[in-house]
Design a protein around this ligand. Sequence first.
Ligand SMILES: Nc1ncnc2c1ncn2[C@@H]1O[C@H](COP(=O)(O)OP(=O)(O)OP(=O)(O)O)[C@@H](O)[C@H]1O
Length: 721
Amino acid sequence: MWRSLLLRGTTCLVQVATPRLLHQRPSPPLCARLLTRRPLHRPPCGLEPRGEGYFLAHGGTRAFKKDAKSSVEAPVSPTTITDIKQYLRTKEIPFHDGYSCLHTPSIFVEPSARRDSFSLFVDKTTGQFLCKDTLVEGSWEDLQDCLEVMQKEEQDFLSPRVLLGYPESVEEQEDREWELREVQRIWSSSVPFSDLPEDEAQLIKTMFQITKISNATLKRFGVRLFKPTKSLVFPWFGGPDSSLKGVKLLSAQSTGTDKVIYNEATVPKCNSYYNLFGLPLVGRMDAEVVLTGHELDTLAVSQAAGLPSVALPRGFSCLPPILLPYLEQFKRVTLWLGDDIRSWEASKIYSRKLGLRRCSLVRPGESRPRPVEALDRGKNFGHIIKSSIPAAHKSIVSFKQLREDVYGELVNTEQVAGVKWGRFQELNRILKGHRKGELTVFTGPTGSGKTTFISEVALDLCMQGVNTLWGSFEINNVRLAKIMLTQFAMQRLEENLEQYDFWADKFEELALYFMTFHGQQNIKTVLDTMQHAVYLYDINHVIIDNLQFMMGQENLSVDKFAVQDHIIGAFRKFATNSSCHVTLVIHPRKEEDDRELQTASIFGSAKASQEADNVLILQEKKLVTCPGRRSLQVTKNRFDGDVGIFPLDFHKSSLTFAAPIKGRHKLRKLAGKPEDDEEEAGEKEVKEVKKEKAAKATKTPRSVKKATPQTPQFPCVISFG
Ligand SMILES: Nc1ncnc2c1ncn2[C@@H]1O[C@H](COP(=O)(O)OP(=O)(O)OP(=O)(O)O)[C@@H](O)[C@H]1O
């Protein structure tokens, strides 16, 4: 098969003979989402893969496939590090074995002009490559193609200008130009701190609780003030020419108490904002860095510890692999991402990406707050960084090594219980929260609303910063996204099309991804894709709707329930190993008209029910007084044993669920260990009846405002000018 690479500028096609591709297509690029200002008539796009685009850059400007939401496909030919090394050796390409990447000489720079002889980085996990000198990037297959061309044409380098995967549409070009203008406009109308009158500078510093950060530090990092919104402006300088690529604006809002809420906005939008703030100040020979979760923390570390420090672009919510090459030079990386359990968990996960042996982690605690607070409280930074814990852990540990972890769990019980739902207080009450690494099994009668309900449950978490991946095998991604968008906007957008762009723009900022599978799938392919997405997008929650779509490919000559057990076991293992929550939708094994479903209605064997941490059942009958009304029953909760059931009202126009109005229904909480209740959950005498507190939730109308993501990871929109 011949593969085409479009030659930019000359518009001619180069055809590259790649025998390897006779049997397989290269994996499509994993695309970033681009800021869009879409005219209303345009339909929602990009939920399904639309042909193949390549992820190659041109002249320092990234080319992105324009997708409204990211779709994730299975890596067609999962590349192993052994394959990559083998290939490079056969092509006689020298390489260094780095922490997360292999380093090779860039084939996009003339040999005589190479500043750094090893400036092309190949990700050891995915094979994605990036040339730091030219910013050309692409898949492993793209790189192989380039090498084949070079060899065939006996060249010793390729011009980066020849490579661009797909032509930019007029609209894309307009968007990019608009962004550039916007970045320039904000930057040029912002004022350096040193140009502000002293009292004004102090006032702003007080607002942001950074009174201890000196003007000199702010100046070194180029932080400015954007007066119209009283926002701090953090610049993104990048590329070989260190040009201005974007800006992040941080605004502070007082809550009346001594707490301050920060709102962030970036241009370009957060999903294509790849700034490691502080990077331009890192010297070529620096071997140590402190990685923080916020620009202000990086300022604090730099000032107080005198160490190089860089901040992740989206807080601790993700570490995009495309940034890994920039961290390769460091022999020691200290991760000091925040002061809570979520940032601590994230630092453990990111140290795997960065290479465990060079990473050490600052454990959050009373004496180790986040850096900007540590500066405020006069903490000893040298001591905190020195006492960070090596990420590489031994297989066997003593209680001495665990005691801090145990203490951390005891003092942070609320955080340990997981992320709280914003819309489902009853779930918070029973399950306490949504925790990493757990497996939830969810079932309900056919057509009862399982997909609709779990969609809102997952959306709610996603809005709290839980990076989410959907595997919807039954309904296609466009329909699923439509359901989610309706739930997000809490209204029928069909009747309010003029609001479509407003909600779609906000929805697009959620860290929400979709697998592009439809129909029967092989479990291994699905697990490979999930693994891939966890690495690329730091996914915390995967929803598989539903398990039956993995059964068809397995050998059903063996016992069907044994197959189901095997699949559930595989998801269980994935959840544990990847620290990722998996929610598995399963059709019930049997449905009888006059009985509610039970845990036993789902599983083939007791072994399988042990694998799940949580079992949730959407009940449709009998347990409630009104026929047709649904209830959500939790029949297993490994975290603390609480189980229970609560009624749900369905709002057809917004496709959302809510607790019914006070007094009409009662929340029933079943006492005892969940295992005891499994058989009798719906029939047993309810031992503990609680007055429904849901009134609180219903008193506050679920307004449009509530649907707006407010977390620091997903910035609110600030309008400029
Ligand atoms: N509580 C409810 N009351 C009435 N209709 C509902 C309710 N929940 C969902 N629906 C509607 O029922 C239809 C089926 O919903 P959904 O696809 O979520 O069910 P499901 O249980 O996932 O179906 P399946 O068993 O086929 O997987 C949809 O049109 C949805 O809007």
